[in-house]
Design a protein around this ligand. Structure first.
Ligand SMILES: [Zn+2]
Length: 143
């Protein structure tokens, strides 16, 4: 039987909301761990990432889960929202592409930030955009 190491801990620094896109989730975790220095976090994925917190059918569910699991149980003090270029989730669920998608994502990130800040004033909210810079490279920009 193959075994895998694990660390027994309870509290996390943040709830991280990002897209299921298989091209980007590994780098997203790497960005959060290495560039942001956030080693312990609860991951929340959804097609479109933070879109789950903007859509009427999923907003309350994700807010409730983040509140119960990350804030109350794991004592997270931060939410990190990460959207990305060429998101299939936005194309599929919102029906937008290209610049229109980028604009929609930016406005959603702003709305979600305000929502958290009004409902959970003690929690810090950061938003990032994963930018495709070439056929083989991406980077993350703070919004
Ligand atoms: Zn996506």
């Amino acid at each position: 039987m193959k075994t895998y190491p694990f660390q027994d801990f309870h509290d996390v620094d943040a709830a991280v909301v990002f897209c299921v896109d298989p091209r980007f989730w590994r780098q997203t975790l790497q960005f959060v761990e290495e560039e942001l220095g956030t080693a312990k976090f609860d991951p929340y994925t959804y097609p479109g990432g933070p879109l789950c917190l903007a859509r009427p059918e999923s907003m309350q569910l994700y807010l409730n889960n983040i509140k119960a699991a990350s804030f109350e149980l794991h004592h997270a003090k931060k939410v990190i929202l990460i959207s990305h270029d060429k998101c299939g989730g936005y194309r599929l669920i919102e029906g937008v592409d290209g610049e229109e998608a980028t604009n929609r994502q930016t406005s959603h990130l702003g709305e979600i930030k305000s929502k958290f800040q009004s409902e959970f004033p003690d929690v810090e909210v950061e938003a990032y955009m994963l930018k495709i810079i070439s056929d083989t490279e991406i980077t993350f920009e703070k919004i």
